[in-house]
Design a protein around this ligand. Structure first.
Ligand SMILES: Cc1ncc(COP(=O)(O)O)c(C=O)c1O
Length: 416
């Protein structure tokens, strides 16, 4: 049994028979990953044997649950190589992490006419959160354009800085194109202008090692469910110097030191940003997921996924009418492939097989991919399309999965 076969045994859902097809070919990992039994079991164990509300209890179970929750925070700190657990804020996911920064950093440091730099390939969560701030405070959105093959125009990026630039907020890896952005350069250039950077790590944390100190990013956001962890939990890393200086996001229990009707004082970091009962069972699940990924090791994950992506790009490009979006160079292309297949030019038809048709028909063959705009409508507009089919890979995917995808696409294409 090879390593991938062993890994697959940890993911019971991969054994599922769907529409009589076996095994399930799950290629929708950029939307959410499957969960290994280690994650599910740790959470079940906590609900059965440890469950109690954290932080406020003097009793045994509350203290145990608190210990587990804080140990999970330490696991996240280690995973990102943050300096301190004060810099690790638990949120509900990348979306909430970005909204927190847009809202609180915006409130503290941005006024009418100040600018945030985003890119043309951002997920809606990294666009709309800033538009909400725009509506409240009149800030401006400046957008880094992309090349036709989906790479950031770094020459244009540099030109966007001026005395009103307050923050840069850019994705590490595109959830549509798989583009791996040069975030080291993005951060360095921003810092040369004295501007902090938020990195959207939703699509990078599952695939590559992150060291926030080495990157020197000011904020970093990711979601548990995209890295083999549970839904409903995510992380905002923030440098202490920033988190200290921005106001709380939500008000409630946990985030306060003292409350009176006249004046409330706030808790220390990171609790200042964690109003209400946290999802302490999900934090355990997230920590087990990060342990799981670390035990496989990013060297192995990267090598495996690079091999899968290269194999998929090569096999898919052999399909007649195949149009793959994103960078051609495998070094710049993570394990996410967006594509459309041209309709044969007969009976005056042109265009592409609709992504929804492709996705629906592949599903009937037991192949799960994602279709649509992938929460990136401005990017779709830039590419001049309405949507794509997207296959995305994880550590449990195999060459057989890709062979099945290729055979499936060919079969669907023949129906048109
Ligand atoms: C690049 C990127 N950013 C942000 C998000 C939002 O993540 P979540 O829905 O987990 O908050 C996603 C999810 O697809 C994403 O791919």
């Amino acid at each position: 049994m090879n390593d991938t076969d062993k890994i697959r045994q940890d993911f019971p859902i991969l054994q599922k028979v769907i529409y009589g097809k076996y095994p399930l070919v799950y290629l929708d990992n950029a939307a959410t990953t499957q969960k290994p039994r280690q994650v599910v079991e740790a959470m079940t164990e906590e609900y059965y044997n440890v469950n109690a509300n954290v932080h406020r209890g003097v009793h045994f179970l509350s203290q145990k649950a608190t210990e587990l929750h804080e140990a999970s925070r330490e696991t996240v700190r280690r995973f990102l190589n943050a300096r301190s657990t004060s810099e690790i804020v638990f949120t509900r996911g990348t979306t909430e992490s970005i909204n927190l920064v847009a809202s609180c950093f915006g409130q503290a440091f941005m006024k009418e006419g100040d600018e945030v730099i985003l890119s043309e390939m951002e997920h809606h969560s990294n666009i709309v959160s800033w538009q909400l701030l725009q509506a409240r405070q009149g800030i401006r959105l400046r957008i880094v354009p992309i090349t036709d093959d989906g790479r950031l125009r770094m020459d244009e990026y540099e030109k966007l800085f001026n005395e009103r630039t307050r923050i840069v907020s850019i994705t590490h890896i595109s959830n549509v194109l798989g583009t791996v952005n040069p975030i080291e350069d993005i951060i360095r250039i921003a810092h040369e202008h004295g501007v902090p950077v938020l990195i959207d790590g939703a699509q990078s944390t599952p695939h590559t090692h992150i060291d926030v100190q080495k990157l020197d990013c000011d904020f970093f956001a990711f979601s548990g469910h995209k890295i083999y962890g549970p839904t409903g939990i995510g992380v905002l890393y923030g440098k202490e110097q920033w988190l200290d200086r921005i106001p709380p996001y939500m008000g409630g229990g946990e985030m306060i030191k003292t409350v009176s009707f006249e004046r409330t004082t706030f808790n220390e970091l990171p609790y200042k940003f964690e109003a209400g009962t946290p999802d302490y069972v999900a934090s355990t699940g997230l920590a087990r997921a990060l342990d799981y990924v670390s035990s496989v090791g990013f060297d192995c994950i990267e090598a495996h996924e690079r091999d899968l992506t290269a194999y998929a790009l090569q096999r898919m490009s052999e399909i007649e009418g195949m149009n793959i979006f994103g960078p051609k160079d495998i070094k710049e292309h993570a394990a996410v492939i967006s594509f459309l297949v041209s309709l044969p030019l007969r009976e005056g038809r042109g265009g592409s097989i609709h992504h929804l048709d492709m996705g629906t028909l592949l599903d009937r063959l037991g192949i799960a991919i994602r279709t649509g705009h992938h929460c990136a409508e401005p990017l779709m507009r830039r590419l001049g399309i309405e949507g794509t089919c997207r296959a995305s890979f994880a550590l449990y995917n195999t060459h057989q999965d890709i062979d099945a995808l290729v055979a499936g696409i060919k079969r669907v294409s023949q129906m048109f």
